[in-house]
Design a protein around this ligand. Structure first.
Ligand code: FE
Ligand code: FE
Ligand code: ZN
Length: 276
């Protein structure tokens, strides 16, 4: 059975998200650790977390995915901005230990003209400062569309970051279908070849999550605008091949399509129906 869910609002706490997930036929979900624009996080409500952990066990919810605010930039030109990214991620990782054994995804950053090499150096340096041996959370680099000076469009850049991280077992990658297609990896017509490349450069054992989104833009557009499943340039057949690919079996899937709960429920039902 697919491990699939969608992005949910975390404003009402963990138990609420768990219940919403079950209501729409999901058995996992993604949430922002704080306001996506990166403000102060709400205090962890230990009672809520406890109730959530019991509820997830009872309802088979597994491997949930936290998403860092997308405004963080660990490879900014400004030291203040880099410091803010570091402190936010460090705080998020501390809070993640209340829900141990899950994943934390972030956008590697934009090098803003300093060059990818310098960006990669700064991102891995940040990771080396915030990762702790005893943490149970796996930190994921998200594959990016290559908008502007984004680092992490290519598998080589992602691997260059991973290479420089000391606590390698704490790291993984989240593949965003919209981003990679916008970023010139043709998962519609050449899924096998793209997965082969991923395996050769990064290793498929590092692939811990899939963001499943169609794209509003054509192949290689470097735009990053998500579309509903089957209504964009990837098309429903591509998603059928992805969810049934033997190398992708069991990897949790998170929808980030432009939907309300009802739309997500429909997409989850559709994808479950396409599972062979
Ligand atoms: Fe993202
Ligand atoms: Fe994504
Ligand atoms: Zn995106």
């Amino acid at each position: 059975m697919l491990r699939i869910g969608c992005h949910l609002s975390s404003s009402k706490g963990f138990l609420h998200m768990g219940k919403e997930a079950v209501k729409i036929g999901a058995n996992t979900f993604q949430f922002f650790t704080r306001n996506p624009r990166g403000s102060k996080a709400k205090e962890i409500d230990e009672k809520d977390v406890e109730a959530f952990l019991v509820f997830s066990r009872e309802h088979g919810i597994g491997q949930i995915l936290a998403h860092a605010p997308y405004t963080l930039n660990p490879c900014s030109k400004e030291e203040k901005t880099r410091e803010f990214a570091l402190m936010t991620m460090e705080d998020d990782l501390k809070r993640m230990e209340y829900i141990p054994g899950n994943c934390y995804n972030f956008h590697p950053g934009s090098h803003v003209g300093q060059g990818a090499k310098e960006g990669i150096r700064m991102i891995s340096e940040t990771l080396n400062q915030i990762l702790k041996e005893e943490q149970t959370t796996t930190v994921l680099l998200e594959t990016m569309a290559g908008k502007g000076t984004e680092v992490g469009r290519s598998f080589e850049e992602l691997q260059a970051i991973l290479d420089r991280v000391e606590l390698k077992s704490h790291m993984g990658v989240c593949l965003d279908t919209c981003h990679v297609y916008d970023g010139e990896y043709d998962i519609v017509n050449h899924l096998d070849e793209v997965l082969e490349q991923f395996d050769k450069i990064i290793g498929l054992d590092k692939l811990k999550a899939i963001h499943m989104n169609d794209s509003k833009n054509p192949f290689g557009s470097h735009k990053d605008r998500h579309e509903k499943i089957g209504e964009g340039s990837l098309g429903v057949d591509a998603f059928e091949r992805i969810i049934n690919h033997p190398l992708l079996r069991g990897i949790p899937i998170y929808l980030e399509t432009p939907n309300e709960l009802e739309g997500y429920a429909k997409e989850i039902a559709l994808l479950r129906q396409l599972e062979r």
